[in-house]
Design a binder for this molecule. Sequence first.
Ligand SMILES: C[S@@+](CC[C@H](N)C(=O)[O-])C[C@H]1O[C@@H](n2cnc3c(N)ncnc32)[C@H](O)[C@@H]1O
Length: 272
Amino acid sequence: MPPLDTKTRGRTSRGRLRALDAFLCRFERPLLERRDGPWAHAVFVDVGFGEHPWTTLESAQAFRALNPELAVVGVELDAERARAAQADADARTSFREGGFALPLRPDEPARLVRAMNLLRQGAPERVPEVHRTLTRYLLPSGLLVEGSADATGAVMAAHLLRRGVGEGAELPLREALLFHTDFSLGFAPMLFRDWLPRDLRRRVRPGEPIHDFFSAWSAAWQQARTLGHTHPPDAFREAALGLSARMEGVATDPWLLSQGYVVWRPKGGVCF
Ligand SMILES: C[S@@+](CC[C@H](N)C(=O)[O-])C[C@H]1O[C@@H](n2cnc3c(N)ncnc32)[C@H](O)[C@@H]1O
C-alpha cells in the first residue's frame, strides 16, 4: 500500500485554516488554556505546514490570545521548508523537520495536533494508522484534527479525534466530523464531498454511512429551499436544523449555524 507521508508541493495560503482556528478557540478553550501539571508544557503541533508557515503562525496568534505562553511546533517532511521557516521561529515557536513520528522532546506532550491538507494521496486504508500514531503524542483528552480545505479555506471538513482518558486511552475516539463553509461558493451539502477527510472521500456512495449522512443533509436542504430559504447562509442554517431532526448528534448552536459550521458528534463517536 502506498504510504501517506509523502512530500507534496506544499501549497498553502494565508487564512486557509482561520475558520478552524475560530472553531477551536470557541469550543476547545479549556484544551488550549490548560496549564496544570503536564499541560504547562503541552504544545500545539501543526503537522505539514507547507511551503510557508503561514497557517502555523496564524494559529499561534489565535491560540495565544487564550494562552499567551502556548508553545507551538510546526513539523514538515521537506527539509528545505523546515529550514526556511526558521526565519519565523521565536522563543515559543519552533519549526522542525519530521513526519508522523513527531520530532517532539519527552518533555513536550501535545495538547492539540493538527494535520490539515496532507493526506491527499496514498491509501485511505492507512489513515487509521496515522490517527493512532499522532494520537500517541497527545495528553489524555487531547485533540487530533485531520482533514482538508480548499485552497482559500472557503470549504473545510475534518475529523475531530480525541485521545481517551484511562484504559485504552492511547486509541483515538472519532468524536466528531466538522464542516465549514464561508458561503463564498454558495451552498449545497455536496460542496463538502471533495474536501472530506481522505478516508471518507470516496465513500459517499449507497450503502456507506457517510452517504446516509449526506442524503439526510441534502433532503433537509431541498426542503429548506422549497420553503423559500434560498440565500446560502439561510439555506445552510435551515438545512442544518433539518439535518439535526434526521440525524442524532448534529449541533444546533446558533453561533455555529450562523457562521457556516456543522458539527456532527454522534453518541459513541463517528463509527465508520
Ligand atoms: C498541501 S501542504 C499543506 C499546508 C498547510 N497544512 C495547509 O493546510 O495549508 C502539505 C505539506 O505537508 C507535508 N507533509 C506531508 N506528509 C507529511 C508528514 N507525514 N509529516 C510532515 N509533513 C508532511 C508536505 O511536505 C507539504 O509541505
